[in-house]
Design a protein around this ligand. Structure first.
Ligand code: PLP
Length: 455
């Protein structure tokens, strides 16, 4: 035993038996995967939630969101920051919770900007990125004093310059690099991105950088590029950051404006299917630490910060969509369960043709036989199917069925008006308490907003 292992002055010495007890009861690290555990959603009984709030509904576990933010933040090296991509889940109740965690926000519209300002994000921690930003949206961003507007084209650069001049503000900006379209599920290729809807090809970006550097109304911080969606490979994410920093360094050298910020976008993935491995956060941290080490030995990059804008990773596993079985048809061997909501509330499985995991939440589900089951919604389109032939406990009318990993691109990406059903309610759970954060909108409410002209 070295002296460092010995008792610290004033601190009682533990017996080995005491140490053993301590080890035995040492709590496990709280889980950061899904919100369904032991048949409970965010620790609450699904049927109680359904009774209290009706169905269909979205349930979000805010404590789990917090743990996911902490887990990601814990592996990031010095000089890395996070901004939540609001497009993944813009519910005010969710945003307010995330704002409280101290990370920033990435918005893609004036509406999202208004939401994050209401939720309490500091303007300087907000970035605005996305094609087709209107003048009123750019003016709102400049007026609010947000930390960075990501410019997507030469035209947008000219409009933002004029707006900043009119408002007598100097707006910090990033320049968005186009990523080759065919790179979606391959290694991200930054250079040579064709002129498309997102960002600028490198020669155009260089030109934009020259213009921005010369403008008294714009403060050029660096570059932005979104790599690929739902990446589960930590090394590819790190490669994307490294390649983008190299582009940023080149642009900084050409303009003489130091590289202050590189925004590598989102794309941190989550498993949707059984057997998929979650993103290896430890490996991501190690790879990013290696990069930070290299940058720190380069005086041009020492002061540079890196922003990541995860959406799906932070909120996806923390949300579930819950519907009630209205009808069971098909055959004994292959039942078809029809829920009281479908792609009008959660279009993602149909949109990207990716089934989510489903769970039958009946108390006796474990004792039922498991059969290949189709689960569909009530809409008059063949697209309205959550799963074809998933092996599930035999469904019964009245059961609750949860579509898991629906906290990102769920409610917000849905098509709520098709067939005039009620919308889904949204519920947030924190510390074991459930709170309605967005009430259901009835067809009646929607009719009241319409005008039938009396010609
Ligand atoms: C600019 C930008 N940042 C961040 C995100 C968030 O991506 P994800 O939810 O995959 O992390 C997106 C998604 O489209 C995006 O376009």
């Amino acid at each position: 035993m070295t002296s460092e292992d010995g008792p610290v002055e004033g601190k009682p010495v533990e017996s080995s038996a005491e140490r053993e007890v301590e080890q035995a009861i040492e709590p496990e690290a709280p889980p950061i995967d899904g919100l369904l555990r032991n048949g409970l959603l965010a620790g609450l009984a699904p049927h109680t939630l359904a009774t209290d709030f009706g169905t269909p509904l979205y349930v979000y576990d805010l404590d789990l969101v917090g743990r996911r933010i902490d887990a990601l933040g814990a592996v990031l090296p010095f000089g890395f920051r996070l901004a939540f991509a609001v497009k993944a889940n813009p519910a005010l109740g969710v945003l307010t919770h995330i704002a409280g965690s101290g990370i920033g926000a990435d918005v893609a519209s004036g509406g999202e900007l208004e939401a994050v300002l209401r939720a309490g994000f500091a303007p300087v921690a907000i970035a605005m990125t996305g094609p087709g930003k209107r003048d009123d949206e750019l003016a709102a961003a400049v007026t609010a004093g947000i930390g960075a507007v990501t410019v997507e084209s030469l035209g947008e650069l000219a409009r933002l310059d004029a707006i900043a001049e009119r408002l007598r503000r100097r707006q910090p900006i990033l320049l968005r690099l186009a990523v080759a379209d065919d790179a979606k599920f391959e290694r991200v290729r930054l250079i040579g991105g064709a002129a498309g809807k997102f960002g600028m090809p490198l020669p155009v970006l260089r030109e934009a950088a020259g213009i921005a550097a010369a403008s008294p109304n714009l403060e050029l911080l660096g570059v932005h590029a979104f790599g690929a969606s739902n990446l589960l490979d930590a090394s590819r994410l790190a490669d994307h950051v490294a390649e983008l920093v190299a582009v940023g360094e080149e642009v900084a050298t050409a303009t003489g404006v130091p590289l202050r910020l590189v925004d590598a976008g989102g794309g941190l993935g989550i498993p949707y299917a059984d057997g998929e491995q979650p993103l290896d956060l430890a490996l991501l941290g190690t790879r990013l630490e290696e990069l930070r080490g290299r940058w720190d030995s380069n005086p041009a990059l020492r002061e540079m910060e890196v922003l990541l804008e995860p959406g799906r990773f932070l909120v996806g596993p923390a949300g579930a969509y819950v519907g009630r079985v209205v009808d069971v048809k098909g055959t004994d061997k292959a039942p078809v369960a029809i829920l009281d909501g479908g792609i009008n509330h959660l279009v993602r499985p149909a949109l990207v043709r990716q089934e989510h995991r489903l769970a039958v939440l009946a108390p006796d589900a474990d004792s039922r036989d498991r059969v290949p089951t189709t689960v569909a919604g009530p809409l008059c389109t063949g697209l309205d199917v959550f799963t074809l032939h998933a092996k599930l406990p035999r469904p019964q009318v009245g059961d609750l069925i949860a579509v898991l990993d629906a906290g990102a691109y769920g409610f917000t990406e849905s098509m709520p008006f098709f067939l005039s059903h009620p919308t889904a309610a949204e519920i947030a759970v924190r510390g074991g308490h459930a709170c309605l954060i967005r009430p259901r909108v009835s067809p009646h409410d929607l009719l009241d907003q319409q005008i039938a002209p009396r010609w």
